[in-house]
Design a binder for this molecule. Structure first.
Ligand code: PHE
Length: 340
């Protein structure tokens, strides 16, 4: 094979090379240790000394030619590969976008937040307490000594003799009063989970939430309580709502009331329907005393409500379990922020 033929052969072969791998193989074939040019070098010894320099020179020229050509071809192939990749990955900006649906707040949390904001605007602060509570705070400090019959009002989950899942948010009252060390004013609301032994059905749940309210200061009267509750109910349900207080009993308040809200027919006094909505009363002197307040100097009111019940009335929800089961079809109905 002549030198010129080797070059021709290379030029012919390189035309059909499609990628870097094939190009590399071609390089090995022509320039490699056992490549065509290396092989043909061996023939130099058969030439006369006069012929050799010209032969060597031509080989070098072909070598350089192939070498440079391969480098150029390599760049071209790389660029082609990038172009092919880019055109395959082109983004079609005219495609319609996918809809993003934003999540919404659970109606129960909405109501809790609304109530919190209302009280914060009246100068209250938000206090929280433990869900696993001691018997002392859940009952005794609230004027419910052991064996008090009123303990039966709240079937409890006991963990040990002294520890239970709190049955109400009222223990937070006692904790906050103790913290205040006998000095008012206290103005707090305490939202949180509570637990009672109950069979779950449309209106009962073994776990639900409460929001407790407590105000302790000098000269706090029953009319302060009534005014606060009236304001709360009208803000939540509308100006036309009326409230009715019925005498009731809670061991930690005296006097105690249950509060009803008017439901339908507000203009027709005779035919108003009343729904019970919360419990309240003036803080019992024993509770003040146990928490380090002088009942001669200080008085207070407290109230406790169930946000589930409020949310059920407000949004017409008939099953309390809907709040907890995370059924998107239920939750979606309260999602005002949806953007679809
Ligand atoms: N803790 C009471 C309950 O769970 C509600 C309540 C709170 C009543 C504060 C009066 C004052 O039934």
């Amino acid at each position: 094979m002549t030198l010129e033929n080797i070059k021709k052969e290379y030029i012919e072969k390189v035309k059909s090379v499609v990628d870097e791998k094939e190009l590399y193989e071609l390089r090995v074939k022509f320039l490699g240790k056992k490549g065509k040019l290396t092989e043909i070098m061996k023939e130099a010894k058969n030439l006369s000394p006069e012929e050799r320099p010209a032969f060597g020179k031509t080989i070098n020229e072909i070598k350089n030619y192939i070498n440079d050509h391969i480098e150029e071809t390599k760049q071209i192939l790389i660029n082609k590969a990038i172009e092919a990749k880019l055109s395959k990955e082109t983004i079609d900006v005219t495609l319609p976008s996918k809809k993003v649906t934003l999540g919404g707040m659970n109606p129960l949390n909405k109501v809790i937040e609304e109530i919190e904001e209302l009280f914060i605007s009246m100068g209250y602060s938000v206090a929280e307490g433990p869900e696993v509570e001691t018997d002392k705070f859940n009952f005794e400090m609230l004027n419910l000594p052991k064996d008090h019959p009123a303990r039966d009002m709240q079937d409890s989950f006991y963990i040990t003799e002294e520890l239970l899942m709190r049955t109400q948010t009222s223990p937070v009252q006692a904790r906050e009063m103790l913290k205040a060390q006998g000095r008012g004013p206290i103005k707090i609301i305490c939202p949180g989970k509570v637990f009672r032994r109950d069979n779950d059905d449309a209106t009962h749940s073994h776990q639900f939430t409460q929001i407790e309210g407590l105000v302790v200061d000098k000269n706090i009267t029953f009319s302060d309580l009534k005014g606060t509750l009236e304001y709360l109910i009208k803000s939540l349900f509308g100006e036309n709502k009326k409230i009715r207080l019925r005498p009731s009993f809670f061991p930690f308040t005296e006097p105690s009331v249950e509060v009803d809200i008017s439901w339908g027919n507000e203009d027709d006094e005779e035919n108003i329907k009343w729904l019970e909505i919360l419990g309240a009363g003036m803080v019992h002197p024993n509770v003040l005393k146990m928490a380090g307040f002088d009942p001669e100097e200080y008085s207070g009111f407290a109230f406790g409500m169930g946000p589930e019940r409020i949310a059920m009335l407000k949004y017409g929800i008939s099953d309390i379990r809907s709040f907890y089961t995370n059924d998107v079809r239920f939750l979606e109905q309260f999602n005002n922020d949806r953007n679809d």
